[in-house]
Design a protein around this ligand. Structure first.
Ligand code: GLY
Length: 377
């Protein structure tokens, strides 16, 4: 059933990714003889039901959306796992986008101190980012992913058929992470394939979701290449730095320091993650340029690509509301190290990490001018 398969080693866990046409054809193929619990939401229940061995695999169905990334959801999963009789050799299977795979993964990491985890990723954002590499978690105190664990799944299935039902904004959310990956890897081939994918993509995804099943245009336009390449690049980076203790994995946060603060100040769930990341990448270009790290040519090329996909790139962002709130969210960023804010900026064809002292007055005024839209390149 699979088209492309990757095998990664994340710390002590071997994690396989299957990018293919269809779901595993049966619950047996997915779960073997393990006692399992499927976790899904009401959007992915229809996919999960196809795997449920005629109802033999118990299922925990959560409401959809970012507001569900809570302790309460984790408790529901833990309760359902216990009620289903999962022991330490049990298996949790998350079926959904990034929200579901993050919560299900976190629940798997703590149920009986850790049980087996498999994921079926059903959104583009999940496939190209969230489901690969073992970050799991929930939001807390209004901060995205404040609590969680590194807990890679032993297998991640990416059935392309599930993308047919995806709404337009969810497609674009995932595409922002694809663009991010091409930039940080300095992958010119991928960059140019993203550029040439644009026309097909924007025409086809505005139809997708209404016309479930019609993926032919997207597939012939290069969708599988882009997903596979994003998975491969991310997987290899995470293999080098699975717990983000070194320099490598942090690069995957390009656009995320600015973007997460935008998501938080707009109110979690109002913007899609990708909309915020696309906006954040443009801010990272401005920061890199003002600091003399990002060449003008690279910054312009990135901004042009992002704008060509129709993301909102102006500063301040219309959803931001009050810029004071934005700065509070930025200061509270959980990626900070030794009190310094961490930014990833494009540099010499790929990206690099910079640490900035929050008390540095010159830097504060640079940030103010970027967020207020006074900085232009
Ligand atoms: N989404 C960034 C990472 O997985 O490290």
């Amino acid at each position: 059933m699979t088209k492309t398969e990757y095998r990664f080693t994340f710390g002590t866990t071997e994690s396989r990714v299957y990018i293919g046409e269809k779901l595993p054809s049966s619950g047996d193929e997915l779960c073997g003889t393990a006692k399992a619990l499927v976790v899904c939401d009401s959007n992915t229940e229809y996919l999960a039901r196809r795997l449920l061995k005629g109802g033999e695999i118990p299922c925990c169905i959560l409401p959809p959306g970012e507001p569900e990334k809570t302790w309460e959801s984790v408790e529901r999963i833990l309760g359902a796992a216990y009620a289903a009789g999962l022991g330490r050799d049990g298996l949790i299977v998350g079926v959904g986008g990034g929200v579901i795979t993050d919560i299900a993964g976190f629940a798997a990491s703590i149920y009986m101190r850790g049980v087996r985890l498999r994921l079926i990723s059903t959104t583009l954002l999940g496939m190209v980012d969230a489901a690969v590499g073992g970050k799991t978690g929930i939001d807390l105190l209004g901060i995205k992913n404040l609590t969680g664990a590194f807990y890679p799944a032993e297998a991640v299935y990416m059935p392309l058929e599930s993308l047919a039902a995806l709404p337009f904004r969810e497609w674009k959310s995932g595409l922002a992470e694809v663009i991010k990956t091409a930039i940080l890897a300095g992958d010119r081939e991928m960059f140019s394939r993203i550029r040439s994918f644009r026309d097909t993509c924007l025409t086809e995804i505005s139809r997708a979701g209404k016309n479930a099943g019609d993926m032919a245009g997207l597939r012939s336009g290069g969708l599988e290449y882009l997903i596979s390449r994003a998975v491969e690049i991310k997987g290899r980076i995470v293999e080098e730095d699975p717990r983000e203790t070194g320099e490598r994995r942090a690069l995957l946060n390009l656009g995320h320091t600015f973007g997460h603060a935008l998501e938080a100040s707009a109110g979690l769930g109002r913007l899609t993650h990708g909309e915020a990341v696309a906006w954040g990448i443009v801010r990272a270009c401005e920061l890199g340029h003002v600091l003399g790290i990002t060449a003008l040519e690279q910054a312009l090329e990135i901004r042009e690509l992002i704008q060509s996909y129709g993301y909102s790139t102006e500063a301040p962002h219309p959803a931001m509301g009050n810029t004071d709130e934005y700065f509070r969210a930025l200061e509270g960023d959980k990626k900070k190290k030794a009190g310094k804010l961490v930014f990833i900026v494009p540099s010499q064809g790929n990206a690099e990490k910079i640490l900035i002292d929050r008390e540095d007055l010159r830097f504060r005024s640079i940030l103010q001018s970027i967020i207020n839209g006074e900085y232009q390149f």
